[in-house]
Write a protein that binds this ligand. Sequence first.
Ligand code: SAH
Ligand code: SF4
Ligand code: F3S
Length: 453
Amino acid sequence: MTRKLFIKTYGCQMNAYDSARMADVMAPHGYALVDEAEGADMVVLNTCHIREKAAEKVYSELGRLRVMKQERAAQGETLIVAVAGCVAQAEGEEMIRRADAVDIVVGPQVYHRLPEMVAKLGQTRKALDTEFPAIDKFDALPDTKRVEGPTAFLTVQEGCDKFCTFCVVPYTRGAEYSRSVAQIEAEARHLVGLGVREITLLGQNVNAYHGLGEDGAAVGLGVLIERLARIDGLKRLRYTTSHPRDMSDELIAAHGCEEKLMPFLHLPVQSGSDGVLEAMNRGHTADDYRRLVARIRAARSDVALSSDFIVGFPGESDADFEATMTLVREIGFAQSFSFKYSSRPGTPAAAAHKQIPEDVKADRLARLQALLTEHEHANLRACIGREFEVLFEKPGRYDGQLIGRSPYLQPVHVQARGYKVGDFARVRVVQAMPHSLRAELVSEAATAAEAVA
Ligand code: SAH
Ligand code: SF4
Ligand code: F3S
């Protein structure tokens, strides 16, 4: 009998990857993925603990699931509720005790054991597993069964040893760990065999990657990219999230010479103030970041940069905040994410004096976001008239329209009759929209004529 599995994903791309893998783990046990909780036999919430709001969402969702579970029970049916991800890791034990609706709590390092936990539910009322086991979860995972479209995520590195003072990741995901080159290459080839054309390599600190090569020596992300770029049929590579301290010469050089490596780099800086950066334990100054960006742009002049920012970190003064605004004006990010500092239990910054009042945080965030939006628009407008290749990822809203991504990760809407999802096309940008571009196909004849001229 096929059972219905619904997985709701919160948080970062690594959670998106894990959700897909959980579906792969459950598939051989008769669970088929569905896209709504209504009518499902099992619901997994794959949770995020990074900010208070993210964690709170889980508890309100659990409230809804409790009602749904009771309704199902009244009809003699069972609904299994599992909580996975970073909230599971951080608050699992309490959740098992307190949240009625929860049957299973499974941490990010042990979700390959999900089928056993489900099977055990017959004997025990609840199951909890938040270990960091010595054996490699990746060895226990089955091959990917299904991909969605021509792009895919591939986790190459997990965990973090950096301990920024605001961040829960080192606690929820554990110590830094890199998968072997052979294991990653096999997964990449498998994905390409399923029709994937673009792979985004993932890690909480992806550029700290130091996986073992066949000769037993550790290699860095630059070398890994070079290896994967040799796979026929794989056309594009990206990676995220990188840390400024781990941008090696080799990786920067790869941006200059590896054509399949796309010219987009998410390189979070968090703040433009040296005092704040130090209090955050980021391990670099604002000028270190400026110099790094200059080196990256020297290797690949058109690279589009993106960043994460935190405003209202404990002790952040007006001058500190202005230093962030100055840095943003200087660098000109193509896109960015910005957040109000959220105090997280167990992190050093949560205990710091001089927490910033909510209204100051809100005001700074609004100002920063207005500036970032201005830069994003300027960047999109600067693309008008330019030509590049897009990879079509999904159908658009209108008949014959497809939506793809530019090399710079911008969504591009194209009227592209005769093309399908998974195709590449050369396009010319005709319009900039708030967060995306509109482009027209460049006919092959026109491209050839220009090449001659
Ligand atoms: N490893 C990445 C970031 C992972 S978390 C890096 O070091 O850059 C993603 C983003 O969430 C961070 O870059 C940061 O901007 C934000 N973030 C993390 N903890 C936060 C907190 N306590 N409050 C607000 N934002 C936070
Ligand atoms: Fe968190 Fe810092 Fe590690 Fe990024 S580098 S995951 S912000 S502790
Ligand atoms: Fe959130 Fe965990 Fe990712 S806390 S951002 S889901 S690593």
